[in-house]
Design a protein around this ligand. Structure first.
Ligand code: SF4
Ligand code: SF4
Length: 139
């Protein structure tokens, strides 16, 4: 079979791509706005939580733990290393006490930093709390 070569067609295609904007993004140097339904790091609002633990029951990865710390007061531990970012806990929560943020840059060398405890207006505890010696807090 004879192969036909069309250098003109190839040149046209090359010039076309040289003039075109790249399809890729210059991440991490340029960061684009994430869509509204983006599923990033979980956020917990302790003032809304009623301690029903439906989020724990529905989590497919056992990544979330709700602990009662006082009367009508609950803490939430999230294992970001176990979480699969499915958003099921957010959908299941009857009080909208959980939310998925657009924060996805969570990689690190220290796995213990992916274990965070939320209390006091949705901010992680300043010191390790519910778990063992490798527990660490995060911003
Ligand atoms: S489902 Fe919502 S209200 Fe119930 S324990 Fe979980 S975070 Fe709290
Ligand atoms: S987002 Fe999914 S995997 Fe992560 S804690 Fe919620 S239910 Fe569990």
């Amino acid at each position: 079979m004879k192969i036909r070569i069309h250098p003109g067609a190839m040149l046209k295609e090359i010039l076309n791509h040289v003039a075109r904007k790249p399809a890729t993004e210059l991440y991490p140097f340029v960061k684009t706005e994430k869509p509204d339904k983006f599923r990033g790091k979980l956020k917990f609002y302790p003032e809304k939580c009623i301690g029903c633990k439906i989020c724990m029951k529905d989590c497919p990865a056992n990544a979330i733990t709700i602990t009662k710390v006082a009367d009508k007061e609950f803490e939430c531990e999230v294992r970001l290393d176990k979480c699969v970012y499915c958003g099921q806990c957010v959908l299941s929560c009857p009080k909208a006490a959980l939310e998925m943020t657009k924060d996805f840059e969570l990689a690190g060398l220290d796995r213990s930093k992916l274990r965070i405890t939320y209390k006091n207006e949705g901010k992680p505890a300043p010191e390790p709390t519910t778990a063992g010696p490798d527990t660490a807090s995060k911003k």
